[in-house]
Design a protein around this ligand. Structure first.
Ligand code: F6R
Length: 249
């Protein structure tokens, strides 16, 4: 997997934001929509703040952007503190000119009986737009992408997933330090939709990610580390800082 190692996450994020901005602009110049797959969590925050800066200072417009987020906790109310709806509005959408009807995030507040249909329609909407032009990813300390936890298959579809214990532990800080308050499930875009994206960029900062990064880049393709599936993607880049690169040979 092609990997770029940066001295610090700020510089790394700037280069990723630049790639996204270039894509948005080139699509706009062709009169086309730019279909982005977006992630939440701490890793992409600096990418989003750089995109906001480019919107405010350099006139980067998001009018031709349609975005699909990877995942949402289940259950989760849209306006809850920890919801990915709130995260995306606060970290990006409320600060740029993306039309409200152009961003999609899985609903964490629908009845469980409707999730199957919801997931199908989420994928169908992506397909109807010609698929994702660009997918931004983080990586879990256990190798998950989206909330495709270890054991997820390469052809897995968008679905309700049981979260790993380690994923819930990593999230406790966001839930007042109380593990019991972290949802046990999430709706996640499946690995297969991620693999169908025309371009995939995965971000990883810090030592907590170094083992899974090394395993994804140098190990075998395995369901034990879902990020390793990206070895089989033809247009992928890992963007890491030195700490996350520290276990690479
Ligand atoms: C978030 C997501 C997750 C995170 C991963 C890393 O939408 O899909 O896979 O990217 O858990 O999270 P951070 O960036 O907080 O370390």
């Amino acid at each position: 997997i092609p990997t770029r190692i940066f001295l610090d996450p700020k510089d790394a994020s700037k280069s990723v934001a630049k790639e996204i901005a270039d894509l948005i602009r080139s699509k706009a110049s062709e009169g086309k929509m730019c279909v982005l797959g977006l992630a939440t969590g701490s890793s992409p925050k600096t990418v989003y703040s750089e995109l906001i800066r480019m919107h405010k200072e350099e006139g980067l417009s998001f009018k031709n952007v349609i975005s699909f987020n990877l995942d949402e906790y289940y259950p989760m109310e849209q306006d809850a503190l920890q919801s990915y709806w709130r995260f995306m509005r606060e970290q990006l959408f409320d600060h740029v000119d993306i039309p409200k009807e152009n961003y999609f995030i899985p609903f964490g507040d629908i009845p469980q009986s409707e999730i199957g249909e919801f997931c199908k329609s989420y994928e169908a909407k992506i397909d109807s737009l010609g698929g994702l032009d660009f997918q931004l990813l983080g990586i879990g300390g256990n190798g998950h992408i989206g909330f495709n936890e270890p054991g997820s298959l390469i052809n897995s579809r968008t679905r309700l997933m049981m979260l790993d214990h380690s994923t819930r532990v990593a999230a406790t800080m966001d839930f007042g330090g109380e593990l019991i308050k972290v949802p046990k499930k999430a709706i996640t875009l499946g690995v297969s939709k991620i693999m169908q994206a025309k371009r995939v960029v995965l971000l990883a900062w810090g030592e907590r990610k170094s083992q899974m990064i090394a395993d994804a880049v140098e190990g075998s393709v395995s369901e034990h580390n879902p990020s390793s599936y990206l070895q089989t993607h033809s247009n992928v880049l890992f963007v890491v800082d030195q700490a996350a690169a520290s276990d690479l040979k």
